[in-house]
Design a protein around this ligand. Sequence first.
Ligand code: WTA
Length: 652
Amino acid sequence: MSDQAIETLFEEDRRYPPPTEFTAQANAKPEIHDIPFEEFWEREGRERVTWFEPFTSLLEWELPYAKWYGGGKINVAYNCLDRHVEAGLGDRVAFYYEGEPEGERAAITYEQLLDEVVRAANGLKALGVGKGTPVGIYMGMGPGLPVAMLACARLGAPHTVVFGGFSAEALADRLNDMRCEVLLTQDESYRRGTIVPLKRNADDALASCPGVRSVVVGQRTRGDVPMTSGRDITWNDLVEGQSTDPASCPCEPMDSEDLLYLLYTSGTTAKPKGIAHTTAGYLVGVASTHHYIFDLKPGLDVYWCAADIGWVTGHSYIVYGPLCNGATSVLYEGTPDFPDKDRWWEIVERYKVTILYTAPTAIRAHMKWGPEHAAKHDLSSLRLLGTVGEPINPEAWMWYRQHIGSDRTPIVDTWWQTETGMVLITPLPGITTTKPGSATKPFPGIDAGVVDDHGNDVGPGGGGYLVLKRPWPAMTRGIFGDEARFRATYWERFPGMYFAGDGARIDEDGDFWLLGRVDDVMNVSGHRISTIEVESALVDHQSVAEAAVCGRFDALTGQAIVAYVTLKGGEEGSVERLEELRNHVAVKIGPIAKPANIVFTPELPKTRSGKIMRRLLRDVAENRPLGDTTTLADPAVVSEIADRAEAQPTEE
Ligand code: WTA
């Protein structure tokens, strides 16, 4: 029996100090860690953004609600566009847009983006949208999406972006919860060569959304979609004849704490939560983290965050942070494997991308396809790589560094959440010595810790629960319409601290290792073992591309570990391979973590943002009917796994 909240077994001793040339030019200097917390955010608040009226108080904190930059007046769209154009940077490219169908490309400058936003804002104003009008946005990954968000921000209308891969039902829930009055959508979008019927889904959703009075329909594919007269209007008709002069539609001066947007997060269970983000603290938080963590040199770097804008990563690090900082970004509509598995690398080569930010799930997909696709392209422009979304297996980190980063570029493994709004735990390139699989240190001004069941710090080496001990500017201001759930989910488990729901450990150097969601932790003979460590031991084997593990009931040990494994290059599983992998885990981390059974499968069940859904694997492992599958990206995957689990030899 162990008294640790979560045991930690995996040892990783590779170290990568920052290259000296990187350090010499880095935005973040070592002194950054010495600045007192209030001074740091005060300075960032003054320097990173432009105010209509300066703030008079830095922070008012009454748990669980923080107010940052009180007394200030500010507008997010002004910071992202107008001020750059006013400063003479109108000709700088804001987005290199690349459509999924080959050859569809556009370089959109800050001036052009501002024109589009002003026209759209004027059009929305004519539809009655103004300060405080809730607007839903359900669009594909084209330039229209940031234009829609920024037009809302200009008017002071809070938005909720619903990921274009979500169903009609998911859309309806979100529009109703926020009480949206207007929906911005488009006819259809492209995804992996097929057509996503956005407007048709929207029509299905709207049948149960009586509060939505106007629908604006962008034309992407020009497919023939039904229009409801009196309610629907095309984007072209909306902006036709509208002025592009910023003075014709001045930016609404917003209070620092006015709502900027809601973003619904489903996690893996229960009703989605409308996570609220407000104006000034959010903008300062995302701009500041983007500046230091991605080491952005505006006008020189070509930055590419390959997430979807429908997730928080896209909100904070495709739209608001980068545009506030005057970045030049890539905006890509489609999937990494269309028409071929080298599409991303072709894009990196074409635009000479210098900074690439993606998710471990994407890196593991590229690992599975093989390094030859990246090798076909010149990736020498890359100088910094980043990851977000899940713990990264050390071998995936190494693959990223070697095959994409030429064994040269620093990697920033950034930990954060929809609720945190901005990155909170991350290396700072140029300062931090990185370790494959570790998100390293809290960002300046952030106080993070790892505690046991009683809320006491566990100290170096021990595993426990990740908490945040003081507020930060971009933190959520609550779950829309559900204060009790907000308190219960994040603030009641450990009094005075924000509970993130993740397991973690801090090593002797003070570096953080994320251990996955605490709901996924397994209990084998009284040892609480995190999924990521066993998964990383499996991925460490040269034949394995991806692995997911979970616990299933076992009369003897409480739980036994079941592993689901995808082999590289399409290899099929065999009894020999199974035995080899079990032994590999025993050698890497110890016999206690040896999977009782391994199921070989070509795909793992994932959410639409790429996180592995271990809850469903537990259902399969215990022969239960599947729980809620509505957040699955591809529902067929689980039934295929269930079939395979039955067909495969177990040798217990
Ligand atoms: C996980 C995404 C380990 C974590 C920005 C968190 C990570 C959840 C990392 C939030 C990382 C995100 N290492 N785990 N670098 N980044 N996570 O709301 O479990 O989609 O709680 O926000 O993703 O996911 P969300």
